[in-house]
Design a protein around this ligand. Structure first.
Ligand SMILES: Cc1ncc(COP(=O)(O)O)c(C=O)c1O
Length: 448
């Protein structure tokens, strides 16, 4: 075959089957792939021929002019790209923000997708805000005063956050973020020309007095908040701070974007979302399905009341039109099936044993490591001994065969200490202990 030249005729399908001892399906698939790559052409009635090489510029073009055209602007995406990176074979991911395949509801997802795709209207348009039944489901999940009309379906939490930031704040505006926080939120803000401004938090979430000061100092109209199992610390906003945070934002005339990404990753029973107490339309609530299912179940919802809901809907429609209907239908099938509650219970039970296992391994094998086991989410936030270099440690860990996330990525400004984030949900459970063993080989020695 290697001897064929452009214009040469390929043997017949029958001959190819005979020569390679393969089925007609394999031959037709192979020919289809070659045709799709432009390597062969079929002339009806005449046979299949090796295609001519593509015309046009020969050799590698000089594309350096593009650097000038693109200008000085860069899009920071280290956090997002690390989240999405696929670990190399043999490397243990104590990093990443999605469930390991063993924890995903693979069979239920398959059934839901099959049912969704069989509907006669599966590929039709949907209302731009999303399928009404799915929106109702999200409205019921948030509770309080939320109704179907307050819900917008977006293609995953990241897309929803991006719509929210851009719809709520003009380029150049500040956006308050917790410190530390999810790097993807800061990256969205920066890509939209916004300025993430950190507000300190403690083990009980953001500090309301400092939030008030930050609003006053910056004039910000948006605060991105993760009240439940905050990424990376795992902190849960203390119930007595819920009212305070809402009151502070209301006094500043600002919105709280409640990033409720981890509601279905709770190990202990979670407190209700801020949105449930929101009497004045302060909260733009974000719920996502990816975290408790699979990364490609890219369905999320923004729930908000008043003119802001309309702003979000129009911003989303201009960007995306709407989220593909088959995925919305599949999400609806999934969350309406009796297996859904069973799945959530099983995820909670597995996360509990994984969290306990990883925390015990870290405490036993990493001298000087300090952590507070979270009540949910996917991560341990581990303080390194002294001022060890978290980035260097992450690099060395990778060479030792384990991926960990350096803490500095989670800060908009100076980190107050050295941390790494270790995921207990992303690797196979049987690999967690080995991951810590590998990390121990490069772990800094405590100086005191
Ligand atoms: C706090 C937080 N919000 C939003 C997202 C976005 O996730 P997704 O787009 O899969 O819903 C993530 C992902 O890690 C996250 O950690």
């Amino acid at each position: 075959m290697g001897a064929l030249r452009p214009g040469d005729r390929l043997p017949s399908s029958r001959e190819l089957m005979r020569r390679h001892r393969v089925s007609p399906v394999t031959v037709s698939r192979a020919l289809g792939l070659l045709a799709a790559e432009g390597l062969i052409v079929t002339r009806p009635g005449a046979g299949t021929y090796v295609a001519d090489p593509p015309r046009g510029v020969a050799g590698a073009a000089d594309l350096s002019w593009q650097t000038v055209a693109l200008g000085e602007r860069t899009i920071q995406a280290d956090g997002v790209l690390r989240l999405l990176a696929l670990p190399a074979p043999g490397v243990i991911p104590l990093a990443g923000g999605y469930l390991h395949q063993d924890l995903q509801p693979s069979r239920a997802l398959g059934t839901a997708m099959a049912r969704a795709s069989r509907r006669p209207d599966a590929w039709e348009r949907v209302p731009v805000a999303g399928l009404p039944e799915l929106r109702s489901w999200f409205a019921r999940a948030v509770g309080g005063a939320a109704t179907v009309d307050d819900v917008l379906i977006a293609g995953g939490g990241q897309a929803a956050l991006s719509v929210a930031f851009r719809a709520l704040a003009p380029p150049g505006a500040p956006v308050l973020v917790e410190s530390p926080t999810y790097p993807g939120a800061m990256e969205i803000a920066r890509a939209a020309g916004l300025r993430p401004v950190p507000v300190p938090m403690d083990d009980d979430g953001v500090l309301p007095e400092l939030l008030a000061e930050a609003f006053a100092a910056t004039g910000a109209r948006v605060f991105h908040c993760q009240p439940l199992h905050a990424n990376p610390t795992g902190a849960v906003l203390a119930p007595d701070r819920h009212e305070q945070v809402l009151a502070v934002a209301r006094a500043a005339g600002a919105f709280v974007v409640e990033d409720d990404y981890a509601r279905y990753l709770s190990i202990e029973a979670p407190p209700p979302p801020l949105a449930r107490y929101d009497a004045h339309g302060t909260v733009v609530h974000l719920a996502s399905l990816t975290k408790a299912t699979a990364p490609s179940m890219r369905i999320a919802a923004l729930v908000a009341r008043g003119p802001v809901a309309e702003r979000l809907r129009t911003a989303h429609a201009v960007d995306t039109f709407f989220v593909p209907r088959p995925l919305q239908e599949a999400a609806l099938e999934l969350v309406s099936a009796p297996a859904w509650t069973r799945h959530l219970k099983s995820v909670a039970a597995h996360l509990r044993s994984r969290r306990n296992l990883l925390a015990a391994e870290v405490t036993a094998r990493l001298p000087g490591a300090r952590l507070r086991p979270p009540a949910g989410g996917l991560h341990l936030w581990v303080r390194l001994p002294g001022w060890a270099d978290d980035a260097a440690l992450a690099d060395e860990a990778l060479r030792a065969g384990v991926v960990v996330t350096p803490g500095r990525l989670f800060y908009a400004a100076e980190p107050p200490g050295a941390y790494v984030r270790l995921a207990y949900g992303a690797a196979a459970e049987t690999d967690l202990a080995e991951g810590v063993r590998r990390l121990a080989t490069v772990w800094p020695t405590p100086t005191t």
